[in-house]
Ligand binder design. Structure first.
Ligand code: COA
Length: 258
């Protein structure tokens, strides 16, 4: 069904793999369209509660936009490409948790995909950067905004102005990734985390994601009010009754997503 991505549904966790290993999983227009279509199909699939995003092979997560498509493209053409379907927003606005499993080069648009995800887990060989400046352009998939919000202006500015790459441990020290594991353990550790999150109520997960995401958009006062609304909304779910009951009965809850 897809030519540039693989979609593997493993119980409650879907794994979306960008599958152009010979091009270090660079994102061409066709791949972006397939990712957006896959996100649409997964959004409607109630069985899937968590999404993991990764790249094929052992070398790259995603080495950025496909640079070959930039050659000769005009400003207006590029604007159309970027406005037509905002893949990065689709990850950020996906109503279920999204974990980036970063197994190698995570550059440019690849770093911006990771930044649009909710949690980032990297292998020791992963390298991060926004190298657009070296091409005479700037990050255009949200990098100047999301990287700055995540790691602060000073470090984001240095990475974006130099185009330098940093290793996984430094990315962890900056708060760009949550955990770093040997490549041989990356998948098992990421799936373990994904499955643990997938056991929670999907309604509560959705409310939690929305509440945390609103922190970047709203003032503190507005955000605290939004949190109260989303918290109260959880009380309309059967899952909240089940969670509380299970605690009182000293058993594990069985959340049904209602
Ligand atoms: N767009 C298109 N093709 C890309 C690519 C990209 N962003 N990144 C890598 N590739 C291709 C290479 O052209 C090469 O293709 P070829 O075998 O047909 O020549 C293949 O992927 C393997 O990459 P290669 O450069 O040979 O690997 P390397 O280990 O020597 O270097 C990188 C790895 C990541 C340092 C290097 O590929 C690179 O700098 N890529 C571009 C990163 C970038 O600027 N991204 C932001 C774009 S806005």
């Amino acid at each position: 069904m897809y030519e540039n991505i693989l979609l593997d549904i493993r119980g409650r966790v879907a794994v979306l793999t960008v599958n152009r290993p010979n091009k270090l999983n660079a994102l061409n227009i066709a791949t972006r369209s397939e990712i957006i279509a896959a996100l649409d199909s997964l959004r409607a699939n109630d069985e899937v509660r968590v999404l993991v995003v990764t790249g094929a092979g052992e070398k790259a997560f995603i080495a950025g936009a496909d640079i070959t498509e930039f050659a000769g493209r005009t400003a207006l053409e590029q604007r159309e490409v970027m406005l037509a379907k905002r893949m990065f927003d689709a990850f950020e606005e996906f109503p279920k948790p999204v974990i980036a499993m970063i197994n190698g080069f995570c550059l440019g648009g690849g770093c911006e995909v990771a930044l649009s995800c909710d949690i980032r887990i990297a292998s020791e060989n992963a390298q991060f950067g926004q190298p657009e400046i070296k091409l005479g352009i700037i990050p255009g998939g949200g990098g100047t905004q999301r990287l700055t919000r995540l790691i602060g202006e000073g470090k984001a500015m240095e990475l974006i102005l130099t185009g330098d790459m940093i290793k996984a441990e430094e990315a962890k020290a900056l708060g760009l990734v949550n955990h770093v594991y040997p490549q041989s353990e990356l998948e098992a550790r990421t799936m373990e985390l994904a499955n643990r999150i997938a056991e929670m109520s999907p309604i509560a997960l959705r409310m939690a994601k929305e509440a945390v995401k609103s922190a970047a958009r709203l003032t503190l006062r507005e955000g605290l009010e939004r949190e109260i609304d989303l918290f109260a909304l959880c009380f309309s779910s059967q899952d909240k009754e089940e969670g509380v009951k299970a605690f009182l009965e000293k058993r594990k809850p069985q959340f049904i997503g209602k």
